[in-house]
Design a protein around this ligand. Structure first.
Ligand SMILES: [Zn+2]
Length: 302
């Protein structure tokens, strides 16, 4: 099967706004992504408004973010960590990590390690992020969440990451921790946290790569599509859960691909169908498994 190569260039975005979007009024009226996101199990805000465009998503996210932002108090001058990463083609991106004043030294140290691992992975796999992407860390947030406006915002809760990681280790029954981040990291909490950040980045990039993101975050993956169950099972039990959206499937597959995991053709076909983020190139590896080509492989001339 043919896969197209397409960089996540920020300039793509203006093109998406001109593409015709078919309205689908049968889609569910709730924001399934936020409700079913890699959250901490607490009561979550359910958005009742229908999203009819990606601009609607951005407007809603801006409103939601303002509410969450009020809960965030910057730790001090040391709470702001800016990094500039450089990709193999010379492209550079700034990303800023902010720590809230509620974050203890141990969690700050652990999150910094996750952050650094994530940055390394971005460069290794040539995953170009929006410039000046902001990441906020606080246990005061309602959810672990990503916001799709401007350069994108990601909110992380160390308490949520800790509990997800611990429940995944203990659990013998399917639960929310049976996700790609857990499959990728095993017992390594730094890798787990890095993959959680990658999952949220997946949502940010998906909104930029798909004109139908607004529909995909409102449309359940499995409901009415029983043929997708087998594909979903190959990704994680997390995406098999009843109300998980097509956008959650994309974020989970993206998390795997961007961490060097490979998936079967039916999985990447679905990812392609949903216009999942295309970072570099998706290539066939051994045994009909598909994965992102990493930057080292890109340097090899044809
Ligand atoms: Zn998600």
């Amino acid at each position: 099967m043919q896969f197209h190569t397409q960089k996540n260039a920020p300039a793509q975005k203006k093109d998406f706004n001109t593409a015709a979007s078919v309205m689908d009024n049968s889609s569910q009226r709730e924001s399934l992504q936020r409700r079913a996101d890699l959250a901490n199990g607490t009561a979550q805000q359910v958005v009742q408004r229908e999203l009819n465009s990606n601009q609607d998503v951005e407007n809603e996210d801006r409103t939601q973010y303002e509410i969450e932002r009020d809960k965030f108090k910057l730790k001090d001058q040391d709470g702001r960590n800016q990094r500039t990463i450089q990709y193999s083609d010379g492209t550079t991106r700034n990303v800023v990590l902010y720590f809230g004043n509620d974050i203890c030294a141990a969690d700050e140290s652990a999150c910094l390690s996750m952050f650094e691992h994530w940055l390394t992975q971005l460069v290794k796999m040539s995953i170009v992020i929006p410039n000046d992407l902001e990441i906020y860390v606080s246990n005061n947030f309602t959810n672990q969440c990503s916001y799709n406006f401007d350069s994108g915002k990601i909110c992380l809760k160390p308490s949520s990451i800790n509990s997800l990681f611990d429940s995944g280790k203990r659990s013998t029954i399917p639960n929310i921790a049976d996700s790609v981040p857990y499959a990728y990291s095993g017992d390594d909490k730094t890798k787990f946290g890095s993959a959680v950040i990658m999952h949220e980045l997946g949502h940010v990039l998906h909104e930029k790569s798909s004109v139908n993101f607004f529909k995909q975050k409102q449309t359940p993956l499995i409901d009415g599509h029983t043929d997708r169950i087998n594909s979903a099972k190959k990704v994680s039990l997390y995406v098999c859960k009843g109300e998980q959206s097509e956008a959650e499937f994309v974020a989970e597959v993206f998390t795997g691909l961007s961490n060097g995991l490979c998936f079967d053709e039916d999985v990447v076909s679905l990812y392609w169908q949903f216009n999942g983020p295309r970072c570099g190139e998706l290539i066939e590896r051994e045994n009909h498994k598909y994965g992102f080509r990493n930057s080292k492989e890109m340097e090899i001339p044809d």
